[in-house]
Structures are given as C-alpha cells and as structure tokens.
Design a binder for this molecule. Structure first.
Ligand code: V4E
Length: 198
C-alpha cells in the first residue's frame, strides 16, 4: 500500500472542528529513534530509518513518486521487516540488529516521543500528534494500492482540507522540526541538498 498524506498545523478552533463528527479510534504513545550515517547518507536521500519502540521501520519515497506533488502531499513507502531493511541497506547479519546497525556506521540522530490520537473522518485517517519537544501537528492520510491512484487521493485530501477550513501550507514534519531546533548542521545539510525547502 502507498501512504498519501498531508500535514497541517492546527489552531484550537480547527482542531475542534476536525474532531467534530470524527470517530475516535484510540490514543497511543510511542518513541522513535532515527538513525543515519555521520555524513547523513540516508536522510540526504529522503530515506528515514527508525526504531519505533522495538520495531524497525524504513520509510522512503514511493517509486515513481519522487517528484514533489503539486498539492504538497507526501508519498512514502514503508518497510518494517528486519530482513527487508537489512537487504535494502546492505547490513549483513552478524548478531543483534542494533549492534549490526552500529557496526555498519549508523548512529542515532533524534529521539522523539509522540502522543498520537487517531480518528477516522469520512474515508480519511486523521492523526493528531503531540511531541515531547513541544511540537504538535495533524496528518490526514489515505492509503492507495497503486501509483495511478495517488493523484486522486491527493485531490481528495486537498478538497477535504478546504471543507474542514484547514490551512494548506508547507508544514515541517516532526523530524525536520526537531533537526531545525536541535541539530542545525544536519538541517542545513538537508537544505543544501535540496531535500527540504523553507
Ligand atoms: C518522511 C519523512 C520523515 C520520516 C518521518 O515521517 P513522518 O510522516 O513525519 O513521521 P510519523 O511519525 O508521522 O510517521 P508515521 O507514524 O505516519 O509512519 S522525516 C522527513 N520526512 C520527509 C519530509 C520532507 N522531505 N520535508 C518535510 C518538510 N517534512 C518531511
């Protein structure tokens, strides 16, 4: 499945309106530790390797979706099997996965704990996240089976946002905001590489 999502910053009034009529699915708290090499080899290429609690996850732009879409939606594919991640990053099996990561030169660069409220509104999944470093944002998401369906999903999200009175703007994701606040050198590298724009 391909995840099509758009992030929004919410005013209290927008949050109230977004939650109105939405089905509350639950709340969870999780901690992400993000890894990269010291030269930022992964993140410079928009590849995000993280341990979410005890689960390894690799997030990268979906094939054929590497160009930024006109509506500012992000389209990523996610892999969460240790074996697949090992294959994709060429990490040989020596022993414990974390030890092998370290041996291959991957070091943690951010640790973020998030409290997430999950909602379903119409066909959209809505996450409202509050992070431990004082950043909060909402994500509206649709899952599609194939690349041909991405454009339609982006259009649906954009129309939903207009109806919900959400502001369509470029919003920094949690990790980018974390780097902006705490790791200016890493942030600057991603900016210079054209991976992020201001
Ligand atoms: C894809 C990405 C990053 C990895 C984190 O992804 P994100 O969707 O922000 O995190 P989260 O915790 O909500 O994931 P989920 O629980 O849905 O799996 S970090 C940066 N990016 C890409 C990115 C970018 N290129 N530019 C900007 C401004 N933001 C994010």
């Amino acid at each position: 499945m391909i995840e099509v999502e758009k992030k929004f910053l919410l005013t209290p009034a927008q949050e109230k309106r977004l939650k109105r009529g939405a089905k509350f699915l639950g709340e969870k708290v999780f901690t992400d530790t993000y890894f990269d090499k010291r030269d930022y080899e992964l993140t410079k290429n928009d590849i995000w390797l993280r341990m979410r609690d005890k689960q390894i996850e690799l997030k990268m732009p979906a094939e054929d979706q590497k160009e930024k879409s006109g509506t500012g939606c992000n389209v990523y594919e996610e892999f969460s099997s240790e074996e697949t991640v090992r294959q994709m990053l060429n990490i040989p099996k020596g022993g414990d996965f974390l030890a092998d990561l370290k041996k291959a030169g991957y070091v943690p660069f951010a640790e973020i704990t998030t409290r997430r409220e999950k909602y379903k509104k119409q066909q959209f999944s809505v996450d409202i996240d509050a992070c431990d470093f004082g950043y909060a944002l909402a994500k509206v998401e649709l899952l599609v089976e194939s690349a041909e369906k991405v454009k339609g999903a982006e259009k649906q999200i954009a129309e939903f946002a207009v109806k919900q009175d959400l502001k369509i703007a470029s919003v920094r994701g949690k990790v980018i905001e974390y780097l902006f606040r705490k790791s200016p050198e890493h942030y600057k590298t991603l900016l210079e590489e054209g991976m992020i724009t201001e």
